[in-house]
Design a protein around this ligand. Structure first.
Ligand code: FE2
Length: 506
């Protein structure tokens, strides 16, 4: 009962409520945490740590009091939903909190977008958008106990490539909106020009409390932000109440609020926001029901255009279209079995689905994401394709080449740092991987792996996000990759043409 011995302060008393999450470590003792890295702190996620993250931004006393009460309540009910804990709503009412999360944009198209919001009680959510100088109302959509107080309002009838101011209402009352909140629609598919899409992985909670990258992602005019894992929830295993608490913390970050209210977010998970380090499938000691519960929290906490085989409640992958890109974001956790088994990484059905999607893409570019790395030269393929399922990786690559599927860009995360890799094929064709696990600038393996001739760029312990600028106004469309650092300047720039991304034989 060492926890009682150290429980001499109010914050430590709150920490006791986290006993269900595991034994206290020396690092939980006040005064010892200064020695922990931000990554270690994200993994531990005690009340003290989460509270310290909250206060990395200037917070009104009412927000601090709300989070203290809400975090305590969820720590004491680690398997509950937010809607099931009356103390959450009470804390919101006591401290004047009008909603628990959002607005978060998603599912952008040339004429529509989706607006996600989490209310503090079952309510009706509407969005008013200014179209041609007139206010047009979309919704209402009910947030319910079943959706854990989330509602997604589809805003449609918009014009391509246009900015729109918008306002969210809860039960007909306008909520406070982040500064600069606006919807920007994608260009029409036949509209030639430049389009930007940002991407990256490994915020690991603490990165959500640093303003630099998210402000640049917004202000540089990115049409969307793709998150490839280890974003907001960290090592919560089957304690879905604490997954939800982590999303509550995300949604209190003013930097996150400002980005998510104007840049549509697309997210898949990796190990840490799935269960825990390097875990996949149904991890040992957990059940199919645990996995289903984690998936349900995920589905409710993001604003994605799809969620795996949704009728069967399996996986979180999806395919969508953003401007000139088909975007396929794979689920590289849910279906894992054992290395050496057929399709042990994606599962047989997701592999079949992937083949169908690749054939259905209409391009000119295809973004294909994996939570962990496609290439092997960093950490020898640890926890990734090279260690788990080289035959399936070979199948995907040869499938793309055999069908002359052009414009494929491989994205990944997991290995902290930012890197560009070339993946040569026997035909002489090169795949290109952009591994951006640097949203939190956390410590990681060496910047350059064991094949430096195939790696034109690598940095570690450096804040950076990835950014593609597509130019479809030229005869041979181009994609320019930039790794953008904390000062908004490019750490690395390289351009590929559509022809270079076209497998031979076309
Ligand atoms: Fe990570």
């Amino acid at each position: 009962m060492k926890s009682i011995l150290i429980a001499t302060t109010a914050s430590s008393l709150l920490a006791i409520l986290d006993l269900a999450t595991g034994p206290l470590h020396a690092a939980d003792v006040p005064g010892k945490q200064a020695k922990m890295s931000d990554l270690e702190r994200a993994h531990r996620g005690t009340v003290d740590i989460d509270t310290e993250l909250l206060n990395r931004a200037v917070q009104a006393p009412s927000q601090q009091a709300f989070f203290a009460a809400a975090r305590q309540a969820m720590g004491a009910a680690p398997h509950a939903s937010l809607a099931e804990v009356p103390a959450i709503r009470q804390a919101a009412q006591d401290h004047g909190i009008t909603h628990l999360g959002g607005p978060m944009l998603g599912c952008i198209s040339s004429n529509a977008a989706s607006v996600w919001l989490r209310t503090d009680r079952p309510a009706k959510v509407s969005v008013v958008v200014q179209v041609a100088g007139e206010a047009r109302r979309c919704g209402p959509v009910a947030s319910t106990v079943e959706t854990d107080l989330t509602a997604v309002v589809r805003v449609d009838g918009l014009m391509p490539g246009t900015h729109y101011a918008y306002q969210v209402l809860v039960d007909d009352t306008p909520i406070a909106m982040p500064a600069n909140a606006r919807i920007t629609t994608a260009p029409a598919s036949d509209m030639a020009g430049a389009t930007r899409i940002a991407f990256g992985a490994d915020f690991h909670k603490s990165g959500l409390w640093r303003p630099e990258l998210m402000e640049w992602i917004r202000s540089r005019g990115n049409l969307a932000m793709l998150l490839l894992g280890d974003s907001a929830a960290d090592d919560r295993e089957n304690r879905v109440g604490l997954h939800r608490s982590d999303y509550l913390l995300r949604d209190l970050s003013p930097y996150w609020q400002q980005m998510a209210a104007s840049v549509p977010i697309y997210a898949v998970w990796d190990d840490h926001d799935y269960f825990n380090n390097d875990l996949g499938g149904i991890p040992r000691g957990f059940t199919a029901a645990d996995r289903a519960a984690v998936r349900s929290v995920w589905q409710q906490s993001w604003n994605n255009p799809g969620c795996g085989f949704n009728d069967e409640h399996e996986g979180i992958f999806f395919r969508t279209r953003i401007g000139p890109c088909d975007v396929i974001m794979l689920d590289t956790r849910f279906f894992r079995s054992s290395p050496g088994q057929a399709n042990s990484f994606l599962g047989e059905r997701q592999m079949k689905w992937l083949e169908e999607q690749l054939l259905a893409c209409s391009g000119p570019f295809i973004i294909l994401t994996s939570g962990t790395m496609w290439s092997d030269s960093i950490s020898n393929g640890k926890d990734s394709w090279g260690m788990w399922d080289p035959p399936a990786r070979e199948h995907i690559f040869s499938f793309i080449e055999h069908h002359h599927i052009a414009g494929v860009l491989l994205l990944s995360g997991d290995r902290h740092g930012a890197r560009v890799m070339k993946l040569p094929r026997p035909s002489g064709f090169l795949f290109h991987e952009f591994e951006i696990g640097s949203l939190g600038a956390h410590e990681g393996p060496a910047a350059i792996g064991n094949e430096p001739a195939l790696q034109p760029f690598g940095v570690v312990k450096t804040l950076a996000f990835g950014e593609f600028t597509f130019d479809t106004s030229v005869a041979d469309p181009t994609v320019t990759f930039r790794a953008i650092g904390a000062d908004g300047k490019a750490l690395h720039t390289s351009t590929l043409t559509h022809r270079e991304l076209t497998p031979p034989g076309n």
